[in-house]
Structure formats: structure tokens, C-alpha cells
Design a protein around this ligand. Sequence first.
Ligand code: MLT
Length: 205
Amino acid sequence: MTADTLSHRHLFVPATDPGRPPLLLLHGTGGDESDLVPLGRAVAPGAALLSPRGAVLEQGRPRFFRRLAEGVFDEADVERRAHDLADFIGEAQARYGLTAPVALGFSNGANIAAALLWLRPEVLAGAVLLRPMVPLAKPPSGGLEGRPVLILSGSADPIVPAENAARLAGRLTEAGAALTHRTLPASHGLTQRDLDLATEWLAAR
Ligand code: MLT
């Protein structure tokens, strides 16, 4: 495991199964680059794992972009940080010899992954978005033709209204993504069913 810096502090775990696409792990609010490594190992055994730490601090807790309140995002910052993260992915691909990764993001990490799909679709081969919401009011204009995306929502999620998750799914579909959206009997936290569905979906890529 490497904890080199590039433009983002991050961990890198080399592949033991080079047939699998690399995973870009994006943690939730208050997490860090080590948080999702066990999840990445569980859902995509043998894949290279690239796990950056969110560059924004909210009362000392790392995130991937600023928010004004719960669920109210600083959209200029979302855009800026998504471009910074896309540039980091390019740096990491060159450093570690990686193909375009599939994002695996939880909560705030899923939201920045959705913003990456919106703004820099070329940097991701696909995405698993765990409990995401719409990151930007203005929908993407396309650019996701055939890109595989899995959204897993929770029917009892107190942070993400069902309407918001459905709107995100609709916008990604309109932009051309090959989208699967499942709503599980769950809250904002992940369940074994999330892991099973993510594992199956990733194995089919
Ligand atoms: C966000 O701020 O990205 C979402 O509200 C999810 C969270 O981090 O709580």
C-alpha cells in the first residue's frame, strides 16, 4: 500500500488480478483514504484500489466539497473539486499505470462521483453510487453514452429524499448512462445487500 501524495493525499493498493478495472474509492463525510479499502477489497477482490482523501474540511472532518447545510451544496466548490479530483485521477493513472477506474463512492463520496460523471465523464469507466443525491442543479448535457452506473438508495434514508435519488437516476439516464437503480430497505448506512449487489454488478463489468 502506498501513501504518496500527488495532488491528493491517497492510498494505492496494486492489483493482484489485472483483469479487473481499478476502483476509485470515495469516502463519506468524516472518513479518510483508509475507510473504504476493506469495502473495495470485498466487492472487487484483486482490483487495484485508488483511494484519495477529500480535500475539504468541515469542522475537521474530510469531505470532497463544501456544503452550506445538510443537503445544500456550494455548487461552485462542487465543480472546482470535481475538476481537481479528475486531474488527480489522471496523475494517478500515469503514476501507477492504470486504466480509467470505476468509482465506488459512499454518501459525500458518491455525490462527488456523480459530479465527476456530470463534468468529466472521460475519467471514469463507470460508477457505483451508494446513497447519492443530485450534486449540481444543472443537468449534464450528455457524454455518458453506455457508461455503466449502479445507484443503491435506502428507502428509509433520512439524508437522501427518494425524489432526489430518482432525479439523479433520471438525469444520468438522460445523459446516456447504462443505469441500474435499486432502492433497498435500508437507512443511509450500508447493508450486506449493498455489498452483494455491488459485488455482482462489478463482477459483470
Ligand atoms: C453531502 O453532504 O454530500 C451529503 O449530504 C451526504 C453527507 O455527506 O452527509
